[in-house]
Design a protein around this ligand. Structure first.
Ligand SMILES: N[C@@H](CCC(=O)N[C@@H](CS)C(=O)NCC(=O)O)C(=O)O
Length: 285
C-alpha cells in the first residue's frame, strides 16, 4: 500500500462505504478509516465535510472532501492513475455505459429491493417480480459489456462491478429473510456466476460482510424495529400523508421499518381512533 494522506468517514456495514473501500483496495491506496456512529449524533467532521446531505462515505484527501460513493470511486480512479489499473474505461462511450447502468441500479433497482423488504402478500410478489426483471436487464447488460469475461469491467473489477457488487450478499440475505428468489440461475445465469466471481475476489472478500452476517444484521434491525425503535404508525387506509412519510423513511435509508407491517397494523389498529396518523415512533418517543 502507498501512504497517501487519505481518510474515509464511514459506518460499519454501509454498502456505499464498501464501494469506496474496494476502489481504494484496487488502487493499493492506504487510508485511515474513521467510524461514524450514525445512531447517535453525527460528528462535527462529518457535518462539515458533507455539506450536501451529511451522509457517509466521505473521502478526505489532502484536506479536500469528496462525497457520494459513485463520485468518490471516480475520483479515486482519476487521482491514483498510476496505481493498479483504470477502474473506468478510457473511451468516453465505454465510460458512459457503466455510468448509466450504475444510475439505473441506484435509482431504480435499489428501491425495488427495498420494496421487497417492506411489502407482504401480493404486493411482495409483484415487488419480487419487478426486482427479478431488473436483474434480468442487468444480466443482459453484463453479457454485452463484459465481452465474455468475468466482470462488467472485463478481465478485472470495474466501476459497475463495484457499484452493484456491494449488494450481492445483502441480496442473498434478503432472499433468506423474505423467503424469495432474486438471483435465479435459470433466469440470470451469467449474473449469478458474476456474483460468485465478485464476492470471492481478493480486493473485495474482506470488505463485504458474509451473507450469514448480512442475515444476522437484517434480523437484528427488524427485531430492533419491532421493539419500537423506529416505527411509522400507519392506518390500513393509505393516505397521501402516509405515502410521503414512507417515502421520507426510504430517503433516510431506514429500509426496514415496514417489514413488520402486519404486526404494525395490529399495533396501529388500537391507535387509529385515538391518534392522528401517520406518527413516527422513534426510541419510544
Ligand atoms: N447516495 C449516497 C448514499 C449514502 C448513504 O445513504 N449513506 C448512509 C449510510 S449507508 C448515511 O450516511 N446515512 C445517514 C443519514 O441518512 O443521515 C452515496 O452513494 O454515497
Amino acid at each position: 500500500m502507498v501512504s497517501s494522506g487519505v481518510e474515509v468517514l464511514g459506518t460499519t456495514y454501509s454498502t456505499y462505504v464498501n464501494r469506496v473501500q474496494i476502489a481504494l483496495n484496487l488502487k493499493f491506496v492506504d487510508y485511515d478509516y474513521i467510524e461514524e456512529n450514525l445512531m447517535s449524533s453525527k460528528s462535527d467532521l462529518l457535518l462539515k465535510s458533507n455539506l450536501v446531505n451529511k451522509k457517509v462515505p466521505v473521502l478526505i484527501h489532502d484536506d479536500k472532501c469528496i462525497c457520494e460513493s459513485r463520485i468518490i470511486v471516480q475520483y479515486i480512479d482519476e487521482t491514483w492513475t498510476s496505481n493498479g489499473y483504470s477502474i473506468l474505461p478510457f473511451d468516453s462511450y465505454d465510460r458512459a455505459v457503466p455510468r448509466l447502468w450504475a444510475a439505473y441500479f441506484d435509482d431504480k433497482w435499489i428501491p425495488l429491493w427495498k420494496e421487497v423488504s417492506i411489502t407482504e402478500g401480493e404486493a411482495k410478489d409483484a415487488a419480487v417480480a419487478r426486482a427479478v426483471e431488473g436483474l434480468f436487464l442487468l444480466d443482459e447488460a453484463f453479457i454485452k459489456i463484459s465481452n465474455g469475461k468475468a466482470y462488467f469491467g472485463g478481465e478485472s473489477i470495474g466501476y459497475l462491478d463495484i457499484v452493484i457488487g456491494i449488494m450481492v450478499n445483502w441480496i442473498k440475505a434478503r432472499e433468506i429473510k423474505a423467503n424469495v428468489k432474486l438471483f435465479d440461475k435459470t433466469k440470470t445465469p451469467t449474473l449469478v456466476k458474476w456474483a460468485e466471481n465478485f464476492t470471492s475476489n481478493d480486493h473485495v472478500k474482506d470488505v463485504l460482510p458474509s451473507t450469514d452476517k448480512a442475515v444476522e444484521i437484517l434480523t437484528r434491525i427488524s427485531s430492533r424495529i419491532s421493539s419500537s425503535d423506529i416505527l411509522l404508525k400507519i392506518s390500513l387506509i393509505r393516505s397521501c400523508y402516509i405515502s410521503v412519510s414512507i417515502f421520507i423513511l426510504h430517503l433516510s435509508s431506514i429500509p426496514e421499518f415496514g417489514s413488520e407491517r402486519n404486526q404494525l397494523l395490529c399495533y396501529c389498529a388500537a391507535l387509529v381512533a385515538a391518534a392522528s396518523l401517520p406518527c413516527l415512533l422513534c426510541c419510544g418517543t
